[in-house]
Design a protein around this ligand. Structure first.
Ligand code: ADP
Ligand code: TYD
Length: 215
């Protein structure tokens, strides 16, 4: 994604978007970025998995070109996330310290939700401890979209069986998200929005809910 310009304050905000596949994260990130820009707040938007060499390995695994154990996949996401935070070229930590507001499409709650379908959530949380110690989001925005609606949105060009498998997995992932938010509500700033509405309604709700948390 793209960087525009830096904000002239000591530290930038870090906003993480979460939700099941097709929940509308990238749409809402685009809309929030545009809204912030109109107000003179310039943002750097980014995503996980990243386009780093570690992220590319993850993409190849997700496309089925490389097979490996679920624990290895979870660990690769941990490594990709640390690189996303710390690399010298476009690492998030440097950007936040320079005063840039960063918006990411997925962060460690994605790991908590997606990987805990197959393994204990506490294992996944512990594996991500370095990232949560280095940088917690100013706010995590969870777009809560019904898996049926999310599947419909991403349904084009897919076979029925694949969609059925995907739907049952997304139902579990959504439940795991809710479990993770309950578990960590004392440590994290989490905002939930109903994703089963129009893009505009969701965007307005997100703005009303996050604006008071931002510097
Ligand atoms: P994600 O990034 O969470 O996978 P996207 O933002 O890419 O989701 O949205 C998935 C699809 O659904 C896109 O085709 C997008 O245009 C559409 N979409 C996004 N938000 C809504 C909405 N509120 N209502 C209907 N369709 C939507
Ligand atoms: P992507 O095509 O970016 O999906 P989306 O547009 O829905 O974000 O693929 C990201 C996939 O990777 C998505 O299915 C969630 C999964 N994922 C994990 O399993 N663990 C993680 O830590 C992260 C960040 C993503």
């Amino acid at each position: 994604m793209n960087e525009t310009k830096k904000k002239n304050v000591s530290k930038g905000n870090f906003i993480a978007f979460e939700g099941i596949d097709g929940s509308g994260k990238s749409t809402q990130i685009r809309m929030l970025d545009a809204k912030m820009k109109k107000q003179g707040i310039y943002c750097y938007t980014t995503m996980e998995p990243t386009d780093s060499p570690i992220g590319s390995l993850i993409h190849q695994i997700m496309m089925g070109r490389i097979k490996t154990d679920n624990k290895v996949i979870a660990a690769l996401f941990v490594a990709d996330r640390l690189d996303h935070l710390l690399n010298d070229v476009n690492g998030i930590v440097n950007k936040i310290n320079e005063g840039t507001t960063v918006i990411t499409d997925r962060y460690y709650f994605s790991s908590y939700a997606y990987h805990s379908v197959d393994m204990p959530m506490d294992w996944v949380i512990r594996a991500n401890e370095q990232s949560s110690n280095i940088l917690r989001p100013t706010v995590t925005v969870f777009i809560d979209t019904n898996p049926d609606a999310a599947i419909e949105r991403i349904a084009k060009n897919r076979f029925h069986k694949e969609l059925f498998e995907k739907k049952s997995r997304l139902i579990k992932v959504r439940e795991k998200y809710l479990e993770a938010f309950d578990k960590l509500e004392g440590e994290e700033c989490i905002i939930k929005v109903d994703g089963n509405r129009s893009e505009q309604e969701i965007a307005e709700d997100i703005w009303q809910k996050i604006k008071d948390f931002l510097n």
